[in-house]
Design a protein around this ligand. Structure first.
Ligand code: FAD
Length: 534
């Protein structure tokens, strides 16, 4: 008999040497969660959420939500347009789990260390499913934009700040809570948003009629979207709601859902605005700076999501090798397996540390011009590195399980398929590398970055060769600059000890190009102990 009562004594053989199914994980007990542990006003909430999101039950909901893809219902039974999406019930349960526990709202409703708490919530939610993270992230990230504009602050902000989920499709005033999306990318250009062609016919009060299309619009059941369209004064940002102010459905037609490689629980659509009602948000002609305020926050969530994806993959691999024997030894005691996993574990801890560092910079930015400036460049640096590391980490972790890692039931194939996503959206790699350079053109940002780099070099002498290189080569290749800056900033974000020492050793002193290649010289047992026991 095994852990879940399944029979091991079969007619032709006995099932042996197969690890127990991974059960419930206490996610907030992970030592890498340290920056969020013990925070007054958040600690108990985060600890409770870590048990919910880390449960086998939540992961099962994630499996169901991904295996049963959302379907478009463009018309009702009599041919009238409704443009709705049918989701599997597991999707709604996951949305409820996350939104009721404040994955989107808590950063704003409990602002003392709110962004650090948000990073922890986002990371833990991603263990259950990453697809639902998309609408939650956009609902979180829209808040600064809604807050800055008086009419949205009055009419739309309150619904974004409710820690609840209302899956009904009806006008906002009839709903208990709202979700938001963003629609910028068009067929002819996603990175280069000035190539947008959607047109807005704007009245004196900023109300507009939109004609055009968006090539990617995720979470199309959101109650409203921030979008970009051209008016006389240039490219502006508009809020376009699912329902018009007169409580009729808005003319946002969903053409089809994307057939994506992963992220299956999350519907991503192609839409057309056919005279859709909208209203301008922000200054006319300043659409990109307005919506970038939202994108800055979604980029932060990409870091948290990818960090969690790596940690989950490593945890599942460590669970497996702790119970599986090959060549008379538990796999975890085989030196090469230990080296491989220690290297992956280091990467996942550095990613979580960077996510928390960005979060802390968001929390401190309001009270410190220096931190606000530093945060502007820290965020894309973290996004560049962490999101690019995820696919490789997940692939190697998958291999640690052997053949079963390649089988859907292990959960790793779903995680692997979704792994490249955070690097693609919200600014693909090259665009982010160039954004880092653009940010450093700003004197205040450059100064804050230089100060931080100098401080880190002084505090951690082992990393000083790299901080020196960064100071002397501001015009280096943007991708090289981004990756070296990330290695330095992760060293700073990690606490002193075996993980930080291992990180500097493997990423700076003796890098190898494949995981585990040089890990014999780090304290692998200490690093792996941190992935166990929670
Ligand atoms: C699953 C999924 C969901 C999405 N959901 C949404 C959504 O809800 N809303 C939304 O607006 N968008 C969404 N997107 C779109 C996404 O943000 C864009 O695909 C992304 O911004 C890239 O734009 P693009 O596809 O037009 O590629 P392009 O802009 O054509 O870029 C192609 C490649 O060229 C690189 N590149 C661009 N400029 C340069 C340069 N100057 N130098 C060197 N390289 C460069 C890019 O880094 C990229 O690798 C989604 C995408 C995916 C995959």
């Amino acid at each position: 008999m095994s852990d879940n009562g399944s029979r091991t004594d079969l007619a032709t053989h006995e099932v042996t040497n197969q690890p127990p199914l991974p059960g419930d994980f206490d996610l907030f007990g992970d030592p890498a969660m340290a920056p969020a542990q013990g925070l007054p006003g958040h600690d108990e909430h985060l600890a409770a959420f870590g048990k919910l999101a880390g449960s086998a039950h939540a992961r099962e909901k994630g499996r169901l939500a991904n295996e049963n893809k959302p379907k478009l219902r463009a018309f009702d039974a009599r041919g009238r347009r409704i443009d709705e999406i049918d989701y599997h019930p597991a999707y709604h349960e996951l949305m409820q789990l996350g939104l009721q526990n404040g994955v989107a709202a808590r950063a704003w409703t409990h602002p003392a260390n709110g962004q650090v708490a948000h990073a922890a919530l986002g990371q833990m939610m991603a263990w259950a499913d990453t697809g639902v993270g998309c609408p939650m992230t956009m609902t979180y990230a829209v808040v600064p934009v809604l807050r800055d504009e008086s009419w949205t602050a009055e009419q739309w902000l309150p619904g974004a700040l409710v820690a609840d989920y209302d899956d009904t499709c009806q006008p906002k005033d009839k709903k208990t809570a709202l979700t938001f999306g963003m629609a910028m990318t068009e067929k002819q250009g996603g990175s280069d948003l000035r190539a947008n062609t959607t047109q807005a016919k704007v009245g004196a009060d900023g109300e507009a009629e939109l004609i055009g299309h968006k090539w990617f619009c995720s979470a199309p059941m959101s109650d409203a979207f921030l979008t970009l369209a051209y008016e006389d004064k240039g490219l502006s940002c508009f809020l376009v709601p699912k329902w018009q102010p007169d409580n009729t459905r808005n003319a946002i037609e969903i053409q089809r859902l994307k057939d994506k490689m992963g992220d299956h629980s999350n519907a991503s659509s192609e839409i057309e605005y056919r005279g859709a009602w909208a209203k301008r948000v922000g200054e006319p002609g300043r659409g990109i700076p307005t919506i970038i305020n939202m994108a800055h926050h979604t980029r932060f969530d990409c870091v948290s999501g990818s960090a969690a994806g790596m940690r989950k993959a490593v945890k599942l691999a460590v669970h497996h090798v702790s119970h599986r024997t090959a060549f008379q030894r538990k796999l975890i005691d085989q030196p090469l397996m230990q080296n491989t996993l220690a290297d992956l574990a280091l990467e996942s801890e550095a990613a979580m540390a960077l996510s928390f560092a960005v979060a802390a910079s968001f929390d401190a930015a309001a009270g410190s011009a220096h931190t606000a400036a530093f945060s502007r460049v820290l965020t894309p640096i973290a996004k560049y590195w962490v999101c690019k590391r995820q696919p490789s980490v997940v692939a190697e972790a998958l291999e640690c399980l052997g053949g079963v890692g390649f089988v859907e039931e292990s959960g790793l194939p779903n995680l692997f398929r979704t792994s490249p996503l955070n690097s693609v959206w919200e600014g693909s790699g090259n665009v982010i590398a160039l954004d880092i350079q653009r940010a450093l053109q700003d004197k205040a940002v450059a100064l804050a970055f230089a100060d931080e780099i100098t401080r880190i070099g002084d505090e951690i002498p082992a990393i000083a060769p790299l901080t020196k290189w960064l100071s002397e080569n501001p015009a280096a290749d943007p991708r090289l600059f981004a990756e070296r800056a990330a290695i330095v900033l992760a060293s700073d974000a990690l606490s002193a000890g075996s993980v930080r020492d291992g990180w500097i050793n493997l990423r700076l002193m003796a890098p190898s190009h494949i995981w585990g290649g040089n890990a014999a010289q780090i304290d692998g047992a200490a690093i792996l102990a941190r992935v166990q026991g929670w």
